[in-house]
Design a protein around this ligand. Sequence first.
Ligand SMILES: *Cc1c(COP(=O)(O)O)cnc(C)c1O
Length: 381
Amino acid sequence: MKQQQNAPVSANGRAWVEIDRQALRENAKTLLALCPKGCRLMPAVKANAYGHGAVGVARELNQIGVNAFCVACVSEGVELRKGRIKGDILILGYTHPDDFTLLHRYRLTQTVIDAAYAKQLNRYGKKLAVHIGIDTGMRRLGEKSENTDAILSVFRMKNLIVNGIYSHLCDDDSLTEESRAFTEKQAAAFEQTVAEIQKQGIPRPKTHLLSSYGAIHYPQYGGDYLRAGIALYGILSKKADADECPVPLIPALSLKTRVASVREILAGESAGYNRAFTAKQNRKIASLAIGYADGVPRALSCGVGSVLIHGKKAPIVGQICMDQTIVDVTEIPEINPGDTAILIGRSGDAEITACDIAAQCGTIANEILSRLGNRLTRIIT
Ligand SMILES: *Cc1c(COP(=O)(O)O)cnc(C)c1O
């Protein structure tokens, strides 16, 4: 194809992520159906929407009526605003006082991460919207649920507009008796704190406690918002959980690349860095235009991982490079340069999920997805 001068680089020319719009919509519906009436979605679009592309995903969700989001940090909130995302944007993590001005300018809602931090926010001097974080057992962020006086003092700070109060469950993916007991204690501590606030004549702020696993295992604690991340993207952290999931989730993301070159190597020849692969017989190999700088874990090197080409599995050979990956395509005679290879997603009857890759790397799907690189274009289909 002839390219015009100054034409933009094609979106699917090298390595890219495809997002299935319909999958996102279906998952949003499925998760909301689990929750009590009145509960709305506040999707977690932090870490570039778990690699899916934050602005693109939030825009899609805006279009189906989602008007609250949560992000990890102020820069992510600013990016959404610059992408003209509407609604409330809650920052779940720490914002340095030097950046409080951005909270104000971009109408971002900041989490009160403890009582001392509330004082810092209040001292900024201009009105700031906040949700109060409550620590009910995770011991990460939030004012301790028992410290009722400290929590009540936040409501009296003249520059803070308290729009919500929330906590985070830290063991909601496990359903052992012990885990259940811990989670129920967290939920009870949170409700107790909210009740104390109301006892003081303060109107009940918006409440939220659940993320993805919470929605599936403890939907009764729904409150006003569901902070869904991983499940909204159509998977769960671990393969076994995804297999046993009581509701149908549809993976929204595919990771694809192009076959750059196909070549024969002879028995005894090696390929790639450190000659980590040596062919026992004559083989056909292909170089793919994607590497670990794009977020393909280097731990998939040397046959641990595979890709799909024309519906067939091609094992990764040798060490994954920063920008390229070599695969064995001896069993795929119909392969040509320019063909598509799929690292996450479906090809014919075959499928590789982020959970499969996570298992091969000893981690969870969340890490695999959130590390997908900036160099990948995001295409919504
Ligand atoms: C990331 C995050 C979420 C979303 O979690 P998922 O398990 O992906 O649904 C919700 N709440 C907080 C506080 C988070 O940090």
